[in-house]
Design a protein around this ligand. Structure first.
Ligand code: FES
Ligand SMILES: [Fe+2]
Length: 341
C-alpha cells in the first residue's frame, strides 16, 4: 500500500509486547515484535526464509530467535547466526528488521530509511503513562476500513451529535460552537470552542444548576494518523484551569489497505486509584468507539472500498475540513518523499 515511510507508526501499548512477543500486521507486512533480554524492543518480519514458518511460533535462546520448524537462529539485525545442520550459514538468509522505540508507554515502528530515523518526530503523548496525578485507561480495536476514514471521523467531531447519542450525546452543543483549523509546521489542529452552554454530559456537576460552562474539544494531528484529543470544560468565563481537561490518544496504524489498528486512551486527574472509575471510563469509551464509531466507519468504507476517495467526489460541508486537510497534508508529505527518492 502507498504510505508515508519516514514517520513513526504505533505498534501497540508497551505492555502488549511481553516475553512471548506479539505478531501484528502493519502496512501489509506481518511483523514479530519481541524484547531482548535487557527489555529493548525489536521487530523482525514474522517469516523464516527457509520454509516461511512464523518466528512467533518459535523459541528464544537468549537474544536469538530460533525458528520452531527446523531451528535456524536469527539475531536482532535479522542475520542468521545459527544453523543446526551445518557450520555454514546459507546465502539469502537475512530477514528484514525495523527500528522500534518505546516512548510514553507506546511502541513505535520507524517505517522509513535507517539513515533518516528521527525520534523527534514521535508526537508528544507524555500524558499516557500513569503518574501519581494522572491515570489512563487504554483500548484497542481492529477496524475494517482504510485508516484515513478513521482520521476523517476524528478530525470532524460534528458526528458526536448523531453517532454518539448513546454516550457523549451532545444535545446540540456542536451547533452552538465555533470550529477552527490551524496548521503549525506539519501539525494540524481541529478545534471546537463552545462558550456559555448548558453543561454537556462530560461536564455534569461542574457548575450549579442553571449555570453554564465553556467547553472545548481540541484535536491535534500528526502524520500518519496520531491524534491527541483534549476534552475540557470550565465555568463560563473562568480560567480554563478552573475546570477539567481529559487528554486522549487516538492513534491509527494501517494493518493493510483495508484494516486499521485503532488505539485509544483517556486520562483523568481524579479518583486515581479507583477501579470503579476505570471501569466507568472503559465502558463509556468502548461503547463510543467500538459500538458507535466503528460500525459507521466500516459501513461507510464498505461503500467505497478499494476506490479512490477523491474520485468518489465527496461533498464538502465545511465542518469536515479537518479530515480534508489531514488527507491533503499526508498526500503532500508522501509526494515530497517520492520527489526526494
Ligand atoms: S522454516 Fe524456519 S528453519 Fe525451516
Ligand atoms: Fe466518534
Amino acid at each position: 500500500m502507498k504510505h508515508l515511510r519516514n514517520c513513526w507508526y504505533m505498534v501497540g501499548w508497551a505492555d502488549d509486547v511481553g516475553t512471548a512477543g506479539l505478531s501484528r500486521e502493519i502496512l501489509g507486512k506481518t511483523i514479530f515484535f519481541y524484547r531482548l533480554e535487557d527489555g529493548t524492543p525489536a521487530a523482525i518480519l514474522d517469516r523464516c526464509p527457509h520454509r516461511f514458518a512464523p518466528f512467533s511460533k518459535g523459541e528464544r535462546d537468549g537474544d536469538v530467535l530460533v525458528c520452531g520448524y527446523h531451528g535456524l537462529g536469527f539475531d536482532r539485525n535479522g542475520h542468521c547466526v545459527r544453523n543446526p545442520f551445518s557450520a555454514r550459514i546459507p546465502a539469502g538468509t537475512d530477514v528484514p528488521v525495523w527500528p522500534v522505540v518505546e516512548r510514553h508507554g507506546i511502541l513505535w515502528l520507524w517505517a522509513g530509511d535507517a539513515d533518516r530515523i528521527d525520534q523527534n518526530l514521535i508526537p508528544d503523548f507524555s500524558f499516557v503513562p500513569d503518574t501519581p496525578a494522572l491515570r489512563s485507561v487504554r483500548g484497542y480495536t481492529l477496524m475494517k476500513a482504510h485508516f484515513e476514514y478513521g482520521t476523517d471521523n476524528l478530525m470532524d467531531l460534528s458526528h458526536i451529535e448523531f453517532v454518539h447519542r448513546g454516550t457523549f450525546a451532545g444535545q446540540g452543543i456542536i451547533f452552538q460552537g465555533e470550529h477552527s483549523i490551524r496548521q503549525e509546521g506539519e501539525t494540524l489542529h481541529s478545534d471546537w470552542w463552545m462558550p456559555n452552554i448548558t453543561p454537556p454530559m462530560v461536564a455534569q456537576g461542574l457548575v450549579a444548576a442553571g449555570e453554564t460552562v465553556d467547553h472545548w474539544l481540541r484535536m491535534r494531528w500528526n502524520a500518519p494518523a496520531s491524534m491527541r484529543l483534549d476534552v475540557g470544560a470550565c465555568p463560563h468565563g473562568a480560567p480554563e484551569s478552573a475546570g477539567f481537561d481529559i487528554p486522549q490518544a487516538h492513534i491509527l496504524t494501517p494493518a493493510n489497505e483495508h484494516e486499521t489498528h485503532y488505539f485509544w486512551s483517556a486520562s483523568r486527574n481524579h479518583d486515581i486509584d479507583s477501579a470503579e472509575a476505570d471501569a466507568y471510563m472503559l465502558g463509556l469509551f468502548r461503547e463510543a468507539f467500538d459500538v458507535e464509531d466503528k460500525p459507521m466507519i466500516e459501513a461507510a468504507y464498505a461503500n467505497v472500498r478499494g476506490k479512490d476517495f477523491w474520485g468518489e467526489k465527496p461533498v464538502s460541508l465545511g465542518i469536515d475540513q479537518g479530515g480534508t486537510r489531514a488527507r491533503r497534508l499526508l498526500e503532500s508529505l508522501i509526494a515530497k518523499e517520492g520527489a526526494h527518492g
